[in-house]
Design a protein around this ligand. Sequence first.
Ligand code: GUN
Length: 291
Amino acid sequence: MATIIDGKKVAADVLEKCAEEITDLKSQGITPGLAVVLVGEDPASKVYVNSKVRKCGELGIHSEKIVLSREATQEEVLETVKNLNENPRIHGILVQSPPPPQIDEEAIVRAIDPAKDVDGFHPENVAKLALEDPTGFVPCTPAGCMELLRSAGIKTSGANAVVVGRSMIVGKPMALLLMARGSDATVTVAHSRSKDLPGICRQADIIVAAVGRPEFITDDYVKEGAVVIDVGINRVDDAEAKKGYRLCGDVDYASVAPKCSAITPVPGGVGPMTIALLMKNTIKAARFARA
Ligand code: GUN
């Protein structure tokens, strides 16, 4: 039976270390600060933004939540970012994705001071990740996945890893992290146009599913004994659930879990890690600001 990788527990360990670092920074008169910008009213984004702000409160990180209307203009969002870039109490800036369609997200990301880009989406930080330069910020979700693999004692060196999905938030940075020196996996990046996706996935010792489609990866995609990291958080209608929906991953847990050696659940797997790594990045930004 598969080991269930407990993301809540691993996240709690990361946050415990964060708390120690915050105490240390505060003793030097520095309180780390994070600004979270939400444009519009996407219900899932609202939940994520609120949990990020709540976590800051629990840890003693200063936070500012800035909510702009669904009709906000590009100029308004850019102005917000500019002010945050100049605000010395703010060390990390995050603009929740996806913004409404009138917003050019790439231009917003480029406007964020790379030293405050705790999401790791700015081209300078993307380059630093590719260059294996440790002064950059690594996107929180893939960094969280790597931490889960490490904590579960899963050997990546020489392993065949298949990343399903090529997004800038997860798939691409995940591939870079897995292939980086020290991780040393052999990485395949597959996506919606890949030929024989089940066949590619069956080659994998480690599968990272980041497709954004509910329960897409079934047992047919998974080799006996593989490790499966499920990045998906999908809302699917469920008349029997209190809220009218339930959360599920990109992996069909029921059919896949019995086949693999380790798997992350949804919820309680990758999700808690994303927030924990965001806190860690914010502390890193605060340390850099002082240096
Ligand atoms: N939307 C989904 N994941 C993320 C993330 O890690 N950062 C931001 N800014 N938006 C997201």
